[in-house]
Design a protein around this ligand. Structure first.
Ligand code: PHE
Length: 325
């Protein structure tokens, strides 16, 4: 078998397995382009002995005649088929992968929905705070354990600048700007020097609520919290308020709910401390208010039965795909 016969065989094999317009164009260039195999073979004919030159030359020319234009035609044909396919509305649909919400986003959206319908406005607040907003204005005394280095991330070289340890500084920032009646919610990240294990994370999400007006009582706080829990976890969910201590509320309570046979602590709350109101120039004789704060991961963990807080940040698709839209 001489070169021309070999080229024909290879060319025909390649055409057999081609299908797209690009396939045919690639083959055409490979064999008949300026540096194509057939083109080069024709150019080097003169190196052959005269007798062979004639025979091989004829074969190569035949090959060229037969296929060079044919490949262009095949390319056009393939192109037409491809674009016809593109517009074939009877073609069976292919299912593309659907996105979903992160479980924390789900809970966040529900929280926003429930509290917006109660007239709360959602506001923003900075993650990098000063000692004043994170602690002092919230009536956290200088030697309170929460100020110790092991709880708080401080910005090196700037003693009073820190990563907020809770969303409560948003209470202060809001009350500085707004006059009562105030009804605001805030959801965002908080940071604590904590280990990263199944139930702790150095960064997590909190939801803060604040309501200040004339005549706001503990009854309003209780009703609001109960309503929230029932909306999120179902009517008739048992809830209990136990007394506790927060420097910025008085009285203060931690709230537990009954879930799958167990009492789960889900939030801290209380009546805004008169000193906190004074710090922002609101007269505690005229106004009262309540505030509460809760961990959004914790709510999601209870709601969806998630056992490890690290799952929220691992971006494991097997986990995330369990929360389709
Ligand atoms: N800031 C408190 C915490 O992080 C929660 C809280 C908020 C308690 C508002 C009372 C009022 O634990």
């Amino acid at each position: 078998m001489n070169d021309a016969e070999k080229l024909r065989r290879e060319l025909e094999e390649e055409i057999q397995s081609a299908s797209s317009p690009d396939d045919f164009e690639r083959i055409r260039v490979k064999y008949f382009g300026k540096k194509g195999l057939v083109t080069l073979a024709l150019k080097s004919l003169k190196e052959l002995p005269l007798k062979e030159r004639k025979r091989v030359g004829a074969q190569l020319n035949a090959l060229k005649k037969e296929y060079e234009r044919e490949l262009k035609k095949k390319r056009e044909g393939a192109r037409a088929r491809y674009s016809a396919k593109k517009w074939d509305y009877t073609f069976p649909g292919r299912v593309s992968e659907k996105g979903g919400f992160h479980p924390l986003s789900f809970v966040e959206l529900r929280i926003r929905e429930i509290f917006s319908s109660l007239g709360f406005k959602f506001v923003d607040g900075p993650y990098i705070e000063t000692d004043y907003y994170n602690f002092e204005a919230l009536n956290v005394p200088p030697h309170h354990p929460a100020r110790e280095m092991h709880d708080t991330f401080y910005v090196k070289g700037h003693g009073s600048i820190l990563l907020r340890t809770h969303t409560s500084p948003v209470q202060i920032r809001t009350m500085e700007k707004m006059k009562p009646p105030i009804r605001v919610g805030h959801i965002g990240r908080v940071f604590r020097v904590d280990p990263f294990d199944a139930s702790h994370a150095p960064a997590f999400t909190q939801f803060e609520g604040l309501y200040v007006d004339k005549g706001v009582t503990f009854k309003d706080l209780k009703g609001t919290i109960m309503h929230f829990i029932e909306e999120l976890f179902g009517k008739g969910t048992a809830v209990k308020f136990l007394p506790t201590y927060f420097p910025f509320t008085e009285p203060s309570a931690e709230v537990y709910m009954r879930w799958k046979g167990e009492w789960m602590e889900i939030l801290g709350c209380g009546m805004v401390h008169p000193r906190v109101l004074k710090n922002v120039g609101i007269d505690p004789e005229e106004y009262t208010g309540f505030a509460f704060g809760m961990g959004v991961e914790r709510i999601a963990m209870i709601k969806y039965g998630i056992k490890d807080i690290r799952l929220f940040t691992e971006n494991n698709l097997k986990f995330l795909k369990q929360f389709p839209l």
